[in-house]
Design a binder for this molecule. Structure first.
Ligand code: AVI
Length: 308
């Protein structure tokens, strides 16, 4: 590591120096964190993934009919492209662009997609969704469907979520659409269990961010001295995840240090939960007023198709 800090290092150190300290949830997703997240999606307690999947399967014919064939499909946060695979089978797009922050992860997933769908033009795009999304120049000016599943929109604060929806509105022009999954407000016990599962997988996922940060800034966090905390904050309508110090400690990194008192927390993630009407209003404010909403029998999760 030389003396010039990368933007990741600057961002992490700035967050650690704040009171209370923060680490952006984007640092969850190193190779181990991505694998742990996949484990989370298979947990009984973590209902969002299977509930979204069930909604999409139940309403597949209607979704396909409303979306139409031969569009350019753009998936945000594509990851292993599993969700896009199911959608490609359903709507048979002419083009598919997989967008994700992790280029490495995308590379293999896109290679597998090309083998599965030789007739679809497939491209990978590494992009941070907090900035402008510059689609490949070679993508034809064709009706676009942006697919943003998994309720990842919940990891943005409402103003950031509005900004992202507005950028998506710009990407799809007047004839395109957005298909998005959003997690809904529900019984607190269900929410708390989903983010503090009995098997400790979410705890391992949260703690792993400290190992990743250690590698990124050369710090000396010892994960055995921290514990996972997750709870629903009803005032903010969000799950909050934190790491809480089990002892007083001084954490060093190259050219810096910070002390943490026992019980002090590092805020690592927010996961906002919406009421359907509030999410629809957000879409309207982003210029996407025509909406179709599908939910499950418990109304735990919603899949929304939104158009200008
Ligand atoms: C990626 N994102 C939608 C997940 C969520 O539910 O907010 C991340 C997660 N954090 C803990 N469990 C899952």
């Amino acid at each position: 590591m030389n003396n010039i800090l990368t933007s990741d290092q600057l961002e992490i150190i700035k967050g650690l120096m704040q009171v209370p300290a923060t680490i952006s949830p984007k640092y969850f997703y190193d190779a181990k964190g991505s694998a742990l997240f996949e484990d989370i999606t298979r947990l009984q307690a973590y209902y969002p993934t299977r509930t979204e999947h069930a909604i999409m399967s139940t309403h597949a014919p209607e979704i396909a009919r409303r979306v139409g064939a031969s569009c350019a499909l753009i998936e945000l946060g594509a990851g292993n492209c599993q969700k896009a695979k199911a959608l490609c089978e359903l709507i048979k797009p002419a083009h598919f662009v997989a967008v994700d922050i992790s280029e490495e992860f995308l590379h293999d997933a896109v290679a597998r997609m090309r083998l599965t769908f030789p007739d679809i033009e497939i491209q990978a795009l590494a992009a941070d969704l907090t900035a402008d999304i510059l689609l490949p120049a070679s993508l034809p000016a064709q009706r676009r469907l942006v697919f943003y599943p998994g309720s990842s929109i919940g990891n943005f604060d409402p103003p950031q979520a509005l900004a992202l929806m507005s950028r998506i509105r710009g990407l799809i022009a007047d004839d395109g659409a957005l298909l998005i999954g959003v997690d809904l407000v529900k019984d607190e016990a269900v929410l708390n269990a989903a983010y503090d599962d009995g098997e400790g997988v979410t705890a391992a996922f949260n703690l792993n961010v400290l190992d990743h940060v250690n590698r990124l800034i050369g710090s000396d966090f010892d994960t055995s001295q921290w514990q996972h905390r997750a709870f629903f904050n009803a005032d903010q309508s969000r799950i909050e995840m934190h790491l809480e110090a089990k002892s007083n400690q001084l954490i060093h990194w190259r050219h810096g240090a910070r002390s943490f008192a026992r019980g002090e927390r590092i805020h690592t993630e927010n996961s906002y939960k919406y009421r359907v009407e509030d999410f629809v209003e957000l879409l309207e404010r982003a210029g996407l007023p025509q909406t179709q909403v599908w939910t499950d029998a418990h109304a735990w999760f919603a899949v929304v198709l939104a158009r200008p």
